[in-house]
Design a binder for this molecule. Sequence first.
Ligand code: SF4
Length: 351
Amino acid sequence: MTASIPSTSPAHSSEISAALLGWYDRYARDLPWRAAPGSPAADPYRVWLSEVMLQQTTVAAVKPYFEKFIARWPDVEALAAAPEADVMAAWAGLGYYSRARNLVRCAGEVAAMGGFPASEAELRKLPGLGAYTAAAVAAIAFGQRAVVVDANVERVVSRLFAIAQPLPGSRKRIGAYAETITPEKRAGDFAQGMMDLGSGICTPRDPKCLLCPLSAHCAARSEGNPVAYPVKAPKKPKPLRQGTAYWIERGSAVWLVTREGRGMLGGMRSLPDDGWAASGDGSGDPPLTGEWAPAGMVRHTFTHFTLELSVRRFRGEVAEAPIGGEWWPLERLGDAGLPSLFAKAARLAQA
Ligand code: SF4
């Protein structure tokens, strides 16, 4: 950490960590990837899988996917041996699909190494493990003292220390403060306790300071307006992209393609489209010449832009299949693993 501004004393820091751990011992959420507070650490495979799934995704959305993955691929060796297409299809609906591709690559590397490395630095070298995930796995699965800062922890720390600098510029500062209160022992429980506190007590709009184990130490509460933190820089509006997806039906099947490996939604099945992901303006040609009827519009927000996707249905008889795809039975469309955007488009086309 380079932003070493914190002014907490060691005694103050240990009071904060002790209060948080005491609270976690009583109120920890029961989650399928967790070990109970104070008990031996959870299986690194489960911790890693859950943390990858939880990136940008809520606990409620992750739970059924986690259960499904664990039932189908109970350990890292099983996941490493799975065909990528199966993993991508099982991931469909969770979003941020590069995570699924990295999941398969990472499982392969870990299986070849004979297991997960225990240190944060070694974990960081694995595909898809950024600073946050590496720290979380090191702390939660291996009990290492690592500083784990997700969005919940960011909020709690910003409030505890009334950090006036706006996000995202304040991240280093927040990390430096988080480091001062991370204990030498039980760093994994401490990290999970901070996450639980941010999720259930120190919530974005309605922090329940009367129930908070850290209220006596909280600068934002003393100031009287905790929701003023974290301070955020004004958001720039997301650019708008436009594109078209095509619905081509023949008999009781629809034409699906598999997307280019490394591009957006790469490796996933989808409806054919006009190449909006690459060109940004949807200037590509339809996959068949003939008459197309509009079926509606899907609006979908990605991390860096919003997409308006027009859906068009082919009206004529399909004499010859387009190039590079497959006829997929309509009655099994739910098994195709379409990402949410194209699942919405398919519903529209069938309405
Ligand atoms: S006292 Fe209130 S604002 Fe401060 S950490 Fe607790 S819940 Fe958040």
